[in-house]
Design a binder for this molecule. Sequence first.
Ligand code: XMP
Length: 319
Amino acid sequence: MVTEITAQELNTELFINEKVEGIREAVGDTTAINALSGGVDSSAVTMLGHKALGKRLRTIFVENGIMREGEAGQVVAFFKKLGVTVEVVDARKEFFAALSGITDPEEKREAITQTFYRDVFGRIVRESAAKCLLQGTILTDVDETVAGIKRQHNVFEQLGIDPQKTFGYRILEPLIQLRKDGVRKVGKALGLPVDLFNRIPFPGPALAARVIGEVTPERIETVRKANLIVERQLKDSGAFQYMAILHEDRVTGMRDGRRDFGQQIEVRCWDSIDARIATPTRLSFEILEKIAGEIIQIPGVVSVTYNIASKPPSTIEAI
Ligand code: XMP
């Protein structure tokens, strides 16, 4: 059982000191590997791990091919400014091979989990002297996985999976008692710049969570372009999270006076405090039209919709 620490009751200084001590104790005089995706949670863990271990922490960004436009370069540059070196590991081929032919959401998540933890990090840990992997699991990830809603790619122990036995290393999760609002407070106290700790959440399965049906390099490229447009247009919206989703259904459209049986993009924009419940943001029609106008320039896309269903029964991500 994990005991929640709410953002209101969180004493950041105490929390940080306790977690830094915990990491030092668990790692002893060896080294640890740190999985950084550049999201709020893993960025906060990186700063905690760096504070605790300094150079004995090896921070890795896995280029899995399903991240947003320019993400690897941005993350490396961001952390360089904070004095943290990030190694980029190219695992694009492995991820696309693992995802090939899979359409079921839970099977996609499982393929991503296995590729991350068994294949990529398994190999990195085996080839180093590390015994531990640090990662940014938060309480909402655990809750939804345990409730059987979605299998978050980074939850193990609560499902009865022992990472030591399954993958050959221990997983440390210093943020597991917090939710997103608490993580933001900790991130701020750890010196993360405001544009980093205030970044909108991004899921572990990355753009694969925004592709309905098979995940291929081509389909990821389409949804990546659409996400970039949505993020740019809505960055000042004040919304909790916003995204584009590629659908599997095709619809008839027309381009250059001919029938174009094309693809559909769904735009979502959420108001929420902690992602447990969420409602669609009442965006102006003007901004929606602007977004749609740009998205239909993407080759093959002929339809753009805006989601107006709340969570629940919807979820924030599409798979
Ligand atoms: P959902 O889609 O479950 O997302 O309403 C809740 C919040 O968690 C973020 N997030 C994930 N969502 N799989 C997910 O489906 C993951 O592995 C994951 N990691 C983070 C999601 O973006 C939303 O903010």
